[in-house]
Write a protein that binds this ligand. Structure first.
Ligand code: PEP
Ligand code: MG
Length: 594
């Protein structure tokens, strides 16, 4: 991101400069810049042997103080799950034994002062993480640095001197980056906005700023070279813009936008926590599909009532070794805690096919989509599958968790998975970990065989979730990644509707919930068709939730049922779509495609 505009305004002393970044947290603010400067580096001195014990004691006191501050911040943010769980993870990192042992070794053997020992240890840990070649671990290297910074501040007694004291006078915090703990110590009363040089929409600063409702622009390259302490700046968190020395027109424009934003927000708020019902009052559940843990709070923000599909295979991407059980447990736990008490459905890894993953040697089949993929790979690599199942069982202690198996094609596979899940539960119990008493096991219905035999699967699986992306691929024999064949790959195809109708009937007869979690659920016309067919729960991309919600609220079940009956009579996908358009003219958010 760079400079968007550099315009002298109207011949006065103003020189308005606009810098472009990433919209981190919506809202507008105008105020004086409070530039946080952390230059100056830690103290570096060697100590004498008789000072070793005192130095270690000083370190332990600093750790306790830093942990205390983080715990207090976590306590203050109890209302916001995203924040408090990140802060609690930081407390664990501050009190980490490995960190303590490394520092002790450097103090005792190398005779470094506590500051020096700590900064060397932290640098080393951060370097290892950022060189791991894995984007998730690289992100953790920033966390290690933030944690180090906190202990360092306690060691030097500077903890009150950075953000906290600066936030006395309301202003716009300008920094290279902020730790979640720092962000949490800020409040809307003392901080008008946040602008950082690094970060993305899903980085901690942005997530937490949104939770605190402080406008933020992140990822503004060269920020600290352009903005000085005390500069007057205008922050537009909606468009990701920062204007230095804003003109009166720019301020007026921002004020008007801010007001429009606040009005729209008030409307969305009133909607967000209101249960979703059709116009005739039938409750409908909308959950979110996510790929990364950081997306969970964002899905909730869009109105998701839980996570209906967490594609865990993304944990295995971009790395040379698969994630360990502990690493997976920590990640799932974070998602569970962010979403709790609402439920989270974790899908076991769906690797192979179009989802190539570097950390696993997947043999190259002639037809990868028909090859060793998803549950087939899991059953072929039981060590990896069991590690994942154990991590899930352990994570179940932290919220409402359901396990979902991708690509199930036969009852034999489901029985094998059930046995392995029972084994994982027994191993977790034997190791003395906590877990939930109930662990519902469901399947994805995405292979036609599973749809055809849905009545059998419904006697064993506790829920059935239809993955329309693969169901379309396999039922219509259309490669889902082929742009040339996209015209054939319609979820409105009558063959797909019949398969879905059969699954719904099987679910009803066996009292098993049937959910739709493929792209079909994100399409407003398709969503109301599904409601008409009897579906009461959808899981979809977070960004589509507001439109799908509006569409659902605009229809009655009776009218949707009539539309569905008419659609089932149509003979081609385009006819199905035409019928639906006739029944639902001007449906909110109706797309042009499919
Ligand atoms: C699907 O196949 O519809 C689905 C939801 O899973 P994925 O897109 O991850 O294959
Ligand atoms: Mg699929």
């Amino acid at each position: 991101m760079g400079e968007a505009a550099d315009a002298a305004s109207g011949g006065d002393s103003h020189h308005e400069i606009t810098l472009e970044g990433i919209a981190g947290s919506p809202g507008h603010a105008v105020g004086r810049a409070l530039v946080l400067d952390r230059r100056g580096g830690p103290v570096r001195r060697h100590i004498a042997s008789h000072q070793v014990e005192d130095e270690l004691e000083r370190f332990d006191r600093a750790v306790a103080a830093a942990a205390g501050r983080l715990k207090a911040a976590a306590e203050r943010t109890r209302g916001s799950r995203a924040e408090s769980s990140i802060l609690e993870a930081y407390v664990l990192m501050v009190e980490d034994e490995t960190l303590r042992d490394d520092v002790e070794r450097r103090v005792r053997i190398d005779r470094l002062c506590a500051e020096w020992a700590l900064s060397t240890t932290v640098e080393e840990m951060a370097r290892q993480l950022s060189h791991s070649g894995d984007s998730y671990l690289a992100e953790r290297s920033h966390d290690v640095q933030f944690v180090g910074q906190h202990i360092l501040e306690s060691l030097s007694g500077r903890e009150e001197s950075t953000v906290l004291s600066r936030s006395g006078a309301p202003g716009v915090i300008v920094a290279h980056d902020l730790s979640p703990a720092e962000t949490a110590t800020l409040s809307r009363e003392s901080v008008l906005a946040i602008v950082t040089e690094v970060g993305t929409r899903t980085s901690h600063t942005a997530i937490l700023a949104r939770a605190l409702e402080i406008p933020a622009v992140v990822g503004v390259a060269g920020l600290l070279n352009r903005i000085g302490d005390g500069d007057q700046i205008l922050v537009d968190g909606l468009r990701g813009l920062v204007t230095i020395a804003p003109s009166p027109e720019a301020r007026a424009d921002a004020a008007a936008r801010a007001e429009r934003y606040r009005d729209a927000l008030a409307v969305r708020r009133s909607l967000r926590d209101r249960p979703i019902r059709t116009r005739c009052g039938t409750p409908i559940e909308l959950k979110g599909n996510i790929e990364l843990p950081g997306e969970a709070p964002i899905a909730l923000e869009q109105g998701a009532r839980g996570i209906g599909l967490y594609r865990t295979e993304f944990l295995y991407v971009n790395r040379s070794v698969p994630p360990s059980e502990d690493e997976q447990y920590e990640t799932y736990r974070r998602v569970l805690e962010a979403v709790s008490p609402l439920p989270v459905t974790l899908r076991t890894f769906d690797i192979g096919g179009d989802k190539f993953v570097s950390s696993m040697q997947v043999p190259s089949d002639m037809n990868p989509a028909l090859g060793l993929r998803a549950v087939r790979l899991a059953l072929a690599r039981r060590d990896l599958f069991l590690a994942q199942l154990r991590a899930m069982v352990r994570a179940s202690a932290h919220g409402s968790l359901r396990v979902m198996i991708p690509m199930i094609a036969s009852m034999g596979e489901l029985s094998e998975v059930k046995l392995l899940l029972a084994q994982a539960v027994a191993e977790v119990d034997a190791a003395g970990y906590a877990r939930a008493a109930e662990l519902p096991l469901g399947i994805m219905v995405e292979v036609p065989a599973a749809a055809i035999l849905a009545d059998r699967f419904a006697t064993v699986a506790e829920f059935l979730s239809i993955g329309t992306n693969d169901l379309v691929q396999y039922a219509l024999a259309v490669d889902r990644s082929s742009p040339e064949l996209a015209y054939l790959a319609s979820f409105f195809d009558p063959a797909i509707l019949r398969l879905i109708a059969g699954v719904i009937t099987a679910g009803e007869r066996n009292q098993r919930p049937v959910i739709v979690c493929g792209a079909m659920a994100s399409d407003t016309l398709a969503a109301v068709l599904l409601i008409g067919m009897g579906i009461r729960e959808l899981s979809l991309e977070a960004s589509s939730i507001p439109d799908v919600r509006a569409a659902i609220e605009s229809v009655t079940v009776e009218h949707a049922g009539r539309a569905a009956a008419a659609a089932m009579e149509a003979v081609t996908a385009s006819e199905v779509k035409a019928v639906l358009e006739e029944y639902f003219p001007g449906l909110p958010g109706a797309p042009e495609s499919h």
